[in-house]
Design a protein around this ligand. Structure first.
Ligand SMILES: NC(=[NH2+])NCCC[C@H](N)C(=O)O
Length: 584
């Protein structure tokens, strides 16, 4: 784990780690508490914490271990130490673990201005721009865009949870020769009515048709080129329709993002990038002798850095994707003065991102070093029963339908659900997201509807089910309510149960799960954590029953633990942009 200074006010387990560090440092001069603290890791298989002694380079591990062991006295933080080869293993004192962690989860969830258990302030005062989703208007919204949306939505939540000021940005593909093509096609195939009904679909249809025309007839292509040139020159008559398309598309997209529980602070796009910085970039690179002129087209030579050659400006003077990214980054810096900017884009564009980061570096912008490409692999096999997926709303609808059919198989449960359509859609979306975030970003994966809809295994429905189950406890046990304040809940019975201890210790590790995710920028660790927690609950459910427990003190303590667990599971799900359900 990355070293971060102890902060027991946001992570109760830090106090235990610190206590280990203090006693080990006291036994092993000249080690300092900080040096030891950085070496206290989580243990494996039922061990709370472990230290690998060789890291301190103090000589024979047996002798070193013996020094620590002879001085050991159990206290409220540490119950026991064992020595195993190069390792020292530590067990925390159960009663204190249970008390401190549950108190903290409770306080930071219910007594804070807004629930913040798991959050930290490491990014305080810093600003990050996170660009994600960024579909192309009039082209298909493919699964790659969905991945960018899901991973980007997660990163935005994650940075906020770590105290950063986040500006989330959608950089639409709303500019380029294809808009000349669509404008040409719109005169022939366009319908105002269809456009208003479903702008994304209609523009795509036109695009497909006019593309065919252009393949057959070079004049169509030439006409499109001339049209786009007029757009670039700011000719209002050429821009009028385009403005409407853009606006309608953004509106439709925002509705769909809302359904996904993912949002943006800023909708920008390739069309919004000013010419000025694109020109300056070109001039600067020419000065540096990096530009070649090929028949009037400007090409930057990055072969020295094994990044090939790339066109920066076409023969007719119009800009392209790469130039706009260069100009766009400069403008964003001018406007926001970010400390960091992240682009969530498929690994298929690794070269493109590397090229434009390189150009900015060559232009000697000091902030070029703070740009980061968060990439991800391909998704295979995401088609609906009607065929290949072209639009985002098809994915959402299919996920909802698949889930709805699955739920209908259990008639009794189904009939008890108040609003099955909404529930099905939420679980369906959860299923899609979990499948997407379960493995390392860079891996390709094959999407599988059967797995997505299953309530068994590490799936979205399984997570939602775990959350619902815990949420239903208080509804089903009104005789235990209201729960007394934490200080009056007797947790002795929990401290004696290995199930309870495992669950509560897991709750205690959540703040570290968040920190590690920030370091790796990977959602998979959070998914794994949510699954582990859900599994721990499943195994405890019968042993630590609430309903039917006659000892009311015990029953209350258990209920409190499940509520805290529900809160933490809910926090992890929200971090993943999932809306946790209360009923299903
Ligand atoms: N700044 C960027 N280049 N972001 C990625 C944009 C993705 C692009 N619109 C595409 O669909 O391929």
């Amino acid at each position: 784990m990355a070293y971060s200074p102890p902060d027991p006010s946001t992570c109760a387990l830090d106090a235990f780690r610190y206590s280990i560090a203090e006693r080990v440092a006291a036994a092993l001069p000249p080690l300092t508490v900080d040096q030891v603290y950085a070496g206290v890791d989580y243990g494996k298989k039922g061990v709370d914490f472990t230290i690998a002694l060789p890291r301190f380079k103090l000589g024979k591990v047996e002798d070193v271990a013996a020094k620590v062991l002879t001085q050991f006295q159990p206290d409220e933080h540490i119950e026991s130490i064992t020595h195993d080869k190069a390792f020292l293993h530590f067990q925390c004192t159960s009663t204190t673990v249970i008390r401190n962690i549950l108190n903290q989860v409770h306080a930071l969830t219910h007594d804070a201005p807004s629930p913040c258990y798991g959050s930290n302030a490491s990014g305080k005062g810093k600003k990050v721009i996170i660009e994600y989703s960024s579909p192309n208007i009039a082209k298909s919204f493919h699964v790659g865009h969905l991945r960018s949306t899901i991973i980007g939505g997660f990163l935005a939540n994650l940075y906020k949870a770590c105290g950063w000021e986040v500006i989330s940005m959608n950089y639409l593909g709303d500019w380029g020769t294809q808009f000349g093509l669509i404008a040409t096609g719109f005169e022939k195939y366009g319908s105002q009515e269809e456009l208003e009904k479903d702008p994304i679909k209609h523009l795509f249809e036109i695009y497909v048709k006019v593309n065919k025309d252009a393949e057959a007839d070079p004049e169509v292509k030439a006409e499109a080129g001339r049209w786009f040139k007029r757009m670039e020159d700011g000719d209002e008559s050429a821009l009028k329709n385009w403005r409407v398309w853009r606006e309608l598309s953004v509106k439709k997209y925002s509705e769909e993002y809302e359904r996904l529980n993912i949002g943006f602070d800023v909708y920008t796009g390739e069309s919004q990038v000013g010419k000025e910085w694109q020109d300056k970039a070109l001039a600067r690179l020419e000065e540096m002798g990096l530009i070649e002129d090929v028949d009037g087209a400007k090409i930057v030579n990055l072969e020295k850095w094994k990044m090939g050659k790339a066109v920066l400006r076409k023969r007719d003077g119009t800009s392209i994707y790469l130039t706009r990214d260069i100009g766009g980054a400069i403008e964003r810096y001018e406007k926001y003065k970010f400390d960091k900017m992240i682009y969530v884009v498929s690994s298929q564009q690794d070269l493109h991102l590397a090229q434009f980061f390189k150009v900015l570096e060559l232009m000697q912008f000091p902030w070029a070093a703070s740009l980061q490409h968060v990439n991800y692999g391909l998704v295979q096999g995401m088609s609906t029963r009607k065929g290949t997926v072209v639009f985002l709303d098809q994915i959402i609808k299919e996920a909802a339908q698949v889930m709805h059919e699955q739920m209908q198989k259990n008639e009794e449960k189904y009939s008890a659900i108040e609003d099955p359509e909404t529930v099905a859609r939420e679980i369906g979306i959860t299923g899609v997201k979990i499948q997407d975030m379960a493995a390392k970003r860079i891996n390709n994966y094959t999407f599988n509807w059967d797995r997505m809809k299953s309530f068994e295994g590490d799936t979205g429905p399984y997570l939602q089910y775990a959350h619902v189950r815990m949420s239903s406890l208080s509804r089903k046990n009104p005789h235990l309510l209201p729960l007394p304040p934490p200080s009056q809940i007797d947790t002795t019975s929990l401290a004696m149960s290995s199930h309870a201890r495992e669950i509560v210790f897991l709750l205690g590790t959540y703040p570290d799960v968040v920190k590690v995710a920030l370091k790796t920028q990977e959602p998979s660790g959070v998914v794994t954590y949510a699954m582990r927690l859900s599994h721990a609950i499943s195994s405890a459910w019968e042993v630590l029953a609430v309903k039917g427990e006659e000892d009311l003190d015990k029953a209350r303590a258990r209920l409190w633990m499940y509520e805290c667990t529900r809160d933490v599971l809910g926090a992890a799900m929200r971090l993943l942009s999932i809306r946790p359900l209360e009923r299903m």
